[in-house]
Write a new protein. Structure first.
Length: 160
């Protein structure tokens, strides 16, 4: 499915959340949960800087959705995110029955950037969402966000 103006607007907010995370000394990731009516129900950003590497916004969305939405509402919702889900977050998404995922940049893009910058490999294999949760509809990447997201990740990589 091609991204529409609503998708692009929500991804823009995810990039803003990623920038907020970076400005707070965290990794630049941000995500939204949008219900079937188009209302943003939950948003978060990465919070791993204090040592808990599981504090990803996509995992927080999955956990929040179980507490606040019915299974039907979860299935009809869309998760927008600045970066493609990691395997942990993809699994959580699949387990709780959330609907479509739309991401700005892929795990493959981020892995290539990190390699170009001479950074160590991730301790977790960067698998595509479809490899972990094959029934989830996924759209991305969004080319218009590649530059801004690359810049945020580069700032994180060089420590500025």
């Amino acid at each position: 499915m091609a991204l529409n103006d609503v998708d692009v607007a929500h991804l823009g907010r995810c990039v803003e959340l990623a920038r907020e995370a970076l400005d707070d000394g965290d990794e630049p990731f941000g995500s939204l949960l949008v219900d079937a009516a188009g209302a943003v129900r939950f948003e978060d950003r990465n919070r791993v800087k204090d040592g808990d590497e599981t504090r990803h916004p996509e995992l927080a969305i999955a956990q929040w959705s179980v507490e606040h939405l019915t299974p039907e509402q979860r299935a009809a919702a869309t998760v927008y995110t600045s970066g493609e889900h990691c395997p942990m977050c993809s699994a959580a998404h699949g387990w709780v029955g959330l609907g479509r995922i739309v991401y700005a940049v892929s795990s493959a893009q981020l892995t290539a950037w990190r390699t170009d910058w001479g950074l160590p490999a991730s301790p977790v294999r960067p698998l595509a969402i479809a490899e972990i949760a094959p029934g989830v509809p996924v759209d991305g990447p969004a080319p218009q966000f590649e530059g801004p997201m690359r810049e945020l990740h580069h700032r994180r990589a060089i420590g500025s």
